[in-house]
Design a protein around this ligand. Structure first.
Ligand code: AP5
Ligand code: ZN
Length: 217
């Protein structure tokens, strides 16, 4: 299966992709995570992407498509992938189709996580991540059960993203509406679009997603 998760910053794409990964053995491919790794490694792509990401704008299609193509070549993607944050432009959607066609695949479902913009700013601004295992948390909506300890791995170090400031989130929302939201109509025309009310609690959204991946569950 090739699942595409669409939705603005803070919609829960990363949170839900990780759930699907654990539950169904699919592999999460987050272009945001891949780009942040490139920035941290100081690779040429990372050097080019850094300022663009910190401004909340989209990194160039060339860079993102190359990164995604490399990652899709790894053998662990064979049982199915959840694309988290890709495609984000028409050109990326076309590149994805071409890449999948090489192995006789196509997008199984594109799932739009629908939320309201105002709530997104609050979600993103309170967000932090376990430095050891990557589990995502939120100051108000999903604090660790024991303060300062990761529920999943017991780690005690957490990180916050450089682009999770109120100004940058506003720019990211704008980029979403201008460049990415049109993909919803694109996948609807193809008959593969599903929509989920992602204002609901994390567990409820996860159940709705599970029913899309395995109908009847
Ligand atoms: P990326 O890393 O993809 O960020 P994003 O799209 O802005 O999405 P987020 O990671 O902010 O949100 P999410 O939907 O994953 O929400 P999460 O699950 O964390 O991209 C970053 C940058 O990289 C871009 O701005 C761009 O520059 C570049 N980039 C990446 N891909 C690109 C591409 N394809 N082309 C060009 N440039 C690209 O949840 C958020 C918070 O809310 C968490 O704290 C979580 O615990 C909480 N939460 C989640 N669900 C719920 C819920 N249902 N109820 C309450 N709280 C919830
Ligand atoms: Zn952890």
């Amino acid at each position: 299966a090739v699942l595409v998760l669409l939705g603005p910053p803070g919609a829960g794409k990363g949170t839900q992709a990780r759930r699907l990964e654990e539950r169904f053995g699919l592999v999460q491919l987050s272009t945001g995570d891949l780009l942040r790794a490139a920035v941290a490694a100081g690779s040429p792509a990372g050097l080019a992407a850094r300022a663009v990401m910190e401004a909340g704008q989209l990194v160039s299609d060339d860079i993102v498509i190359a990164i995604l193509r490399d990652r899709m070549a790894a053998p662990d993607t064979r049982n199915g992938v959840i694309l988290d944050g890709f495609p984000r432009t028409d050109a990326q959607a076309a590149a994805l189709d071409a890449l999948l066609a090489e192995t006789g695949q196509q997008v199984t479902a594109a799932i739009s996580l629908e939320v309201d913009d105002a709530a997104m700013v609050a979600r993103v601004a309170g967000r932090f991540t376990c430095a050891a295992c990557g589990e995502g948390y939120h100051d108000d909506f999903k604090p660790p059960a024991v303060a300062g300890r990761c529920d999943r791995c017991g780690g005690a170090a957490f990180t916050r993203r450089a682009d999770d400031t109120a100004e940058t989130v506003a720019a990211r929302l704008e980029a979403y509406h201008a460049q990415t939201a049109p993909l919803i109509a694109h996948y609807r025309r193809r008959g593969v679009l599903e929509t989920i009310d992602a204002m609901q609690p994390i567990d409820v959204v996860a159940e709705s997603l599970g029913r899309i991946v395995v109908p009847g569950t």
